[in-house]
Design a protein around this ligand. Structure first.
Ligand SMILES: *Cc1c(COP(=O)(O)O)cnc(C)c1O
Length: 401
């Protein structure tokens, strides 16, 4: 399909020539009747796949009752969903917004306000990490320690320091009495599916405790069952003070949340807000997703499918020079290097298996959490087929032998 009909849309995305108009489960369909296995799910967003009956019904029923209601009033379904979240996590207070970047903004503001109230203005620094991604707003973008993404948008807001991801010693040197928070993705998503090395998150927790700073986990991508735990921190044994969520939270419906422990819930009336944040329609979506995802059986099945996929990808990586598999649960990256990565990505597209290429080297997989075991096998066969086809091109004599 030609992209010419997109000419009035601002070109902030490099789009593929695919135009899905319908979805069912793990599959997307275009108007020409072509079908695609969606192994990226809106980048970790369509947690329940497409047109999940429970999610559709929840949104339909709520739309008929009340779509929007101002935060000037009490919103019973917002209170109910906040309670579901605090019951399911280590947090006591939830602020709702509409996207990941907004949840990060809320976390940054909360951390600064918390430090300001307890220690005064001098304590305002926020430490983040190389290859991080925290959204496109000025706060989120400044926290995003990727010079290429910040270029041309200066001056950036002050008060951010950056350390290499995984380097605890470097972090120690940058943290002190002036630090208000450390903001980190427990598994970096956009940066390449980078898992924090052993001891790193524990070390950051200690650094925060020693310096009266808040530990903020950005779980916009890793949350809502993606790693086989409701939030990734629950499988890691490190509890942050603040957590940001979006992407899978509404199963594709735009909604974000910032959660905090009671002691640091420093935002008070008039200090923060969002017109649409926590609206009844979004809350109905979150409720349906939470009820579906947050059961031991569902999360167990995510871990199982993730393990099957990861084991098979690791086999594939072992017989491929320089390849590596990273990630947890159903958030996995197959790093094939600069040469093979893009080629295998193209192969997958040709086979109508949708994944995403990050950093020019890594195939990112984030299928719907409801993906079936058969669909996982289908995707695996495609990845194997892609790697084998590229090897055959590179070493034709070996393929013949
Ligand atoms: C996607 C993402 C964001 C930004 O979310 P938006 O909804 O696009 O604003 C922030 N942090 C992380 C970790 C993300 O993956």
């Amino acid at each position: 399909m030609e992209n010419s009909n997109m000419k009035s849309v601002m070109e902030t995305y490099k789009r593929l020539n695919i135009a899905p108009t319908e979805g069912k489960g793990s599959w997307l369909f275009d108007e020409g009747g072509e079908k695609y296995l969606d192994f990226i799910a809106g980048i970790s967003t369509n947690a329940l796949g497409h047109s999940h009956p429970k999610l559709v019904k929840a949104i339909q029923e709520q739309a008929e009752k009340l779509i929007h209601c101002s935060n000037l009033y009490e919103i019973p379904i917002q209170a109910e969903v906040a309670g579901m979240i605090t019951d399911a996590t280590d947090f006591d207070k939830v602020f709702f917004c509409n996207s990941g970047a907004e949840s990060v903004e809320a976390a940054i503001k909360l951390a600064r306000k918390h430090a300001f109230m307890n220690h005064g203005e001098a304590k305002h620094e926020i430490l983040t990490f190389s290859k991080s991604f925290h959204g496109r707003t000025y706060g989120g973008l400044t926290a995003t320690a990727q010079p290429a993404l910040q270029e041309g948008f200066g001056p950036m807001p002050e008060g951010f320091r950056y350390a290499p991801f995984g380097d605890l010693e470097a972090a120690e040197k940058l943290v002190g009495p002036g630090t208000t928070a450390i903001l980190v993705e427990p598994i970096q998503g956009e940066g390449g599916i980078n898992v924090a090395p052993e001891g790193f998150l524990e070390g950051l927790r200690e650094l925060c405790d020693e310096n009266n700073a808040l530990l903020i986990f950005d779980e916009v991508q890793t949350g809502m069952g993606r790693t086989g735990h409701l939030f990734a921190y629950m499988g890691m044994g490190v509890v942050p003070d603040v957590l940001t969520s979006a992407k899978g939270l509404g199963g594709g419906f735009p909604v974000g949340a910032m959660m905090a422990k009671e002691e640091c819930a420093a935002l008070t009336p008039g200090t923060h807000g969002s017109t649409f944040g926590g609206n009844p329609l979004a809350m109905a979506a979150v409720k349906a997703v939470l009820e579906t995802v947050n059961t031991p059986e569902f999360l167990e099945e995510v871990r199982f499918k993730g393990k099957v996929l990861k084991n098979a990808l690791e086999d594939l990586a072992r017989r491929t020079d320089g390849a590596e598999v990273r990630g947890e649960g159903l958030l996995l990256g197959l790093d094939l290097g600069e040469d093979m990565g893009p080629k295998v990505f193209e192969y997958c597209l040709g086979e109508k298996v949708l994944v995403n290429l990050i950093g020019g080297t890594t195939i990112r997989m984030a299928p719907p959490l409801t993906v079936t075991r058969t669909e996982v096998r289908h995707a695996l066969n495609t990845f194997r087929g892609g790697v084998d086809a590229m090897k055959a091109i590179e070493m034709p004599e070996a393929a013949v032998a």
